[in-house]
Design a protein around this ligand. Structure first.
Ligand code: HSE
Length: 423
């Protein structure tokens, strides 16, 4: 049958891992070309055949010999134009590009359908953890209604270290950058964009309805303080950046990324450092959990090469490869706005130390139908107090109104933090 021919776009950390891992499969797969940004850069690959390198990625998508285009360059442009062209040219696609799928998945999957090619993207969500293929194949027997996870290693590392070392966000971020765990510009990770791209893709395939990135609420970890982590611990919680998607009985989806206080006994509270985890709830399976390395050269290469081999097993053998792995939904999900959601909240307030201050907080919450479940105040002095409360379940819109009243109250000087709480 001959070897399946692939072209790889991008030879950074993931690309190098893919090339090295594919050496174990060189009887099945031939790398015909690799597009790189800089032809003169030294690569961390022994005996790399430099004659197959090109700095023009369009040579790959237009190469008639290539069966599969592997995109591991990241970013939207020019990856979008390249993959569109590759699909038009009848190539199957393997990509690790979460941002591209979240922003332009619909268009790419539509053209893939028209051209009868397959787009596989196991590495785009949670790196080395197999999650896309399980949802699309063995879990097809389920109605999945909940996906919750820790989908970003950088922020999980930062929150873990802040907790272990009682250190500030700024200090730990700097250390993480020095160790290479955080990018020089960490925005994509610390502001929750990376996790949002991943939960959009996961929710779309889990619910079988398209979720739009613009309907996904996102908040990062930059406002979390060492004191929040300390108080959360005292109240029995860890703080984690949680990506969450839930489908209610009317088929409306609630998809978001934000920090949460997670009860210490919850499995997600125990996922530390750069590890990722995904919990799914489905009927009939119940609750299942996947955990492992969400990034890194070889974990990500494991998923990319797994996708390449899945395609190799069918391409040229059948006219309609991998039917279960294709995009088979057309509907866009109705989604809740964050103001319509129901949550519990942790609130840290700086107040004046005066008789009735806690009563005023309780009265404001009561006015907006917000019940209080925990209150913590320690060592008021010099006329100031720090009050932490955890609420019962309440509507986000009501909480916003209560915060406005708190801002206007003359005993509350500052709302220091507002973090949602997992049940
Ligand atoms: N930057 C991501 C993380 C890995 O920190 O988990 C790639 O999505």
């Amino acid at each position: 049958m001959g070897k399946i021919k692939i072209g790889i776009i991008g030879l950074g950390t993931v690309g190098c891992g893919v090339v090295k891992t594919l050496r174990n499969f060189d009887e099945q797969v031939e790398i015909v070309r690799i597009a790189v940004h800089n032809l003169n850069k030294k690569r961390n690959i022994d005996n790399l055949d430099e004659s197959i390198l090109t700095d023009n990625p369009f040579e790959i998508v237009d190469d008639k010999d290539i069966d599969i285009v592997v995109e591991v360059m990241g970013g939207v442009n020019p990856a979008f134009q390249l993959l569109k062209k590759a699909i038009e040219n009848g190539k199957h696609i393997v990509t690790a590009n979460k941002e591209l799928l979240a922003k332009h998945g619909e268009e790419l999957f539509q053209s893939a359908k028209e051209k009868n090619v397959v787009i596989l993207y196991e590495a785009a969500v949670a790196g080395g953890i197999p999650i896309i293929m399980p949802i699309k194949t063995i879990l097809r027997s389920n109605k999945i209604t909940k996906v919750k996870g820790i989908l970003n290693g950088t922020t999980n590392y930062i929150l873990t270290k802040m907790d272990e070392d009682c250190a500030s966000y700024e200090k730990v971020l700097k250390e993480a950058q020095e160790l290479g765990y955080a990018e020089t510009d960490p925005t994509g990770d610390v502001e929750g964009y990376d996790a949002a791209y991943k939960i959009v893709t996961l929710a779309t395939i889990a619910f079988g309805k398209r979720i739009k990135i613009e309907n996904t609420y996102r908040e990062g970890i930059t406002k979390i303080s060492a004191k929040d982590i300390q108080r959360a611990n005292e109240l029995g919680y860890k703080i984690k950046l949680i990506a969450s998607a839930e489908l209610d009985e009317n088929g409306t989806a609630d998809v978001r990324v934000h920090p949460m206080l997670v009860p210490k006994e919850h499995v997600l509270a125990k996922i530390n450092n750069v590890t990722n985890a995904v919990m799914l709830t489905g009927t009939p399976v119940g609750e299942i959990m996947f955990t492992g390395p969400g990034a890194g050269e070889f974990p990500t290469a494991s998923s990319v090469v797994g996708d390449i081999l899945a395609l190799c097993s069918e391409v040229r053998r059948t006219a309609y490869p991998l039917p279960m792995m294709r995009c088979n939904h057309t509907e866009t999900a109705k989604t809740l706005s964050i103001d319509e959601t129901t949550n519990r909240y942790y609130i840290m307030l700086n107040t004046v130390d005066t008789p009735g201050a806690i009563g005023i907080i309780g009265t404001i919450c009561g006015k907006h139908n917000i019940n209080l479940s925990d209150i913590l105040q320690k060592g008021a002095k010099d006329g100031k107090a720090e009050v932490v409360v955890i609420t019962g379940l309440c509507n986000e819109g009501n909480m916003k109104n209560a915060l406005e009243d708190m801002k206007n109250s003359n005993v509350i000087e500052e709302i220091k933090s507002l973090i949602r709480v997992m049940n």
